[in-house]
Design a protein around this ligand. Structure first.
Ligand SMILES: [Zn+2]
Length: 92
């Protein structure tokens, strides 16, 4: 699990750099992302799975399977479908 989250972090960082360079908005609400907002604030960047893990998406998808989203939008959307409720996706 640690190894996976390290991979995910690296992937998320790549998405962040590319999205920032391209000026991409949040893919959920289409509003600009505040790149300098403090981490975990509602308008800050987070990397979102286009195909939720709970619905069969890969934990570590290809770069194209990840999109930039606001931290706030991402966690709202994730309600009820996140890892906490789908432990089996992690192989335990
Ligand atoms: Zn948003």
């Amino acid at each position: 699990m640690n190894r996976k989250s390290r991979q995910w972090k690296r992937l998320a960082e790549t998405v962040r750099k590319q999205s920032k360079a391209a000026g991409e908005p949040c893919w959920i609400c289409r509003q600009p992302i505040e790149w300098d907002a403090p981490p975990r604030s509602p308008k800050s960047f987070s990397a979102d799975h286009l195909e939720p893990i709970a619905q069969g998406g890969k934990v570590i998808p290809a770069l194209s399977g990840v999109a930039p989203a606001h931290y706030g939008c991402n966690s709202r959307r994730g309600d009820g479908t996140r890892i906490r409720n789908t432990g089996r996706a992690w192989g335990w």
